[in-house]
Design a protein around this ligand. Structure first.
Ligand code: ATP
Length: 289
């Protein structure tokens, strides 16, 4: 199992990227305007907002894939960025295994690939055809590819797309663990409004401009958020926080809170009442039920 590092103190940590009053004008209109955003080392910032509200545009501008028309973007010198885009263009009819997927965009050694896949909880899938992966396994493989760069800043555009609720929860845990282990900063985009991970330090709600921002709880309660998404969305927006009471090992067996190991989960196994942390990486894989 990989060793966890204590996350750095957010207050004193280095700023990785900073946007001041950034605006992007394309095809005769402003896609976003007036965006202020900061991501520090060890911090998780989540962009939420409806379709077309400018979340991807903001993230791409933050990492330099798109240039702002007005305002400023400052990135730390020699910032290493790991980016998982919203869409990945792959020819799904061609044979491609996970190991090869890892080196499509940049070369990497076998050892680096193995370490990254294990860190993303998919070490056992190296030889698997990409077309045969589940939604969660595919997202984890993309995450592993981004980790290959040993990023200071990880930018994840809808990392839980195509993943069911429990898989989503497990992926959020993995993302938090990556932050804890590496101390990287994370800029994450979420289009699903029903769950924002508890470890998010700041939620920025976009609607062509910054509608509101703050800690997840304060955004949920803000009148701007409620006006934009309505009372129903506000009711369903949950801040996710829980402990697992069991751990899935790489060979498929399950280790329980009392240390016993069984072939499968017990029907009564829960996700909300454990008293120990759920671990990912190393010889263990996260609970992705
Ligand atoms: N290069 C571009 N030129 C013109 N319009 C663009 C460009 N890129 C994005 N847009 C438009 O800008 C708007 C914001 O797009 P963006 O992808 O940032 O939204 P989003 O909030 O990430 O949406 P979604 O939740 O659907 O992914 C959309 O209407 C999109 O069509």
């Amino acid at each position: 199992m990989l060793k966890k590092h204590t996350p750095p103190e957010h207050g004193s940590s280095e700023t990785l990227v900073e946007m001041h009053n950034a605006g992007v004008f394309r095809a005769g209109r402003w896609l976003v305007r007036g965006v202020d955003l900061t991501v520090k080392r060890g911090e998780i910032v989540t962009l939420i907002g409806p379709n077309g509200s400018g979340k991807s545009t903001t993230a791409k501008t933050a990492i330099g894939v798109m240039q702002p028309t007005e305002g400023h973007v400052h990135r730390l010198k020699k910032l290493r960025i790991g980016y998982v885009p919203q869409k990945v263009s792959l020819d799904w009819t061609l044979p491609l295994n996970v190991e090869r997927l890892m080196t499509l965009t940049a070369p990497a050694s076998q050892a680096e690939i193995r370490t990254a896949l294990e860190a993303a909880g998919v070490g056992h899938l190296a030889g698997r055809q990409v077309a045969a992966l589940s939604g969660g396994e595919f997202q984890r493989s993309l995450l592993a590819r981004a980790l290959l760069r040993k990023p200071d800043l990880l930018v994840l555009d809808e990392p839980v797309q195509g993943v069911d609720f429990t898989g989503e929860v497990a992926l959020y845990e993995l993302i938090r663990d990556i932050r804890d282990r590496t101390g990287c900063g994370i800029l994450m985009i979420s289009h699903d409004l029903h769950i924002v991970m508890a470890d998010t330090d700041t939620v920025i709600c976009l609607n062509g401009h910054v509608c509101c921002r703050g800690a997840p709880q304060s955004v949920m309660e803000s009148p701007e958020y409620n006006r934009l998404f309505g009372a129903r969305a506000a009711q369903s927006l949950a801040v996710y926080s829980h402990h697992h009471d069991h751990t899935h090992l790489a060979d498929g067996r399950v280790r329980h809170a009392d240390g016993t190991i069984t072939e499968h989960c017990h029907p009564e196994d829960g996700h909300h009442h454990g008293d120990h942390d759920h671990h990912t990486g190393g010889e263990e894989k996260p609970d992705a039920r």
